[in-house]
Design a binder for this molecule. Sequence first.
Ligand code: ADP
Ligand code: NI
Length: 217
Amino acid sequence: MNKQLVIKRTQEFVKETLKIEGTGHDWQHVYRVWKATIHIGKEEKADMFIVELAALLHDIADWKFHSGDQSVGPKKAREWLESQGVDEQIIFQVCEIIANMSFKGAKVENKIKTLEGKIVQDADRLDAIGAIGIGRAFAYGGHKNRALHDPGVKPEIHQTAEHYHNSNGTTINHFYEKLFLLKDLMNTKTGKNMAEHRHKFTEEFLKEFLDEWDGKK
Ligand code: ADP
Ligand code: NI
């Protein structure tokens, strides 16, 4: 098996499958996660073939767009990797990562246990904070017809994945319910360092936003 060729073909397959969509799950998101994965993976000395494949395939079929079915993503990834002649043991590890990496609420246990999984999860989480993360949050909120902000609606600490996914809160509340939590949830040292700056920027943005809210600034 020619690993470089499999990566290249996988990249083309994902680009063609995801194209452009408006919730922040498009090919450009995958591209950013893939690049951050390569950066973190090299620093953390991971198996690069596994992390690159998992990063490229991690949003191939998001459960949110398949009536809540969380098995579609790993299944689609498996079919693709089998068609490329990838070893079963690698397919198994890649699919484990894809099945378990997504954020499911403040108090919901993280099921990612391997170094490779931790790296791809960090890379995906980095894309949810900082300038890009802020942009994605508002894009997602708009797609879901959510208010930007409502001072009368308080953020929630979600105890279960179901509670988190069914939440109808404002986009600003999502900052408290997910974005600000990510910095302390980063798995790797490299990821943590990258998250620090993005986190600070996200906090500064929110401060400006709230300062403008009452028209005093
Ligand atoms: P993950 O990649 O961890 O599965 P999601 O698919 O839940 O993340 O979210 C994709 C993007 O949309 C992220 O940037 C995330 O912060 C944002 N997002 C998710 N839920 C909401 C929400 N309720 N309000 C605003 N943005 C959201
Ligand atoms: Ni993602």
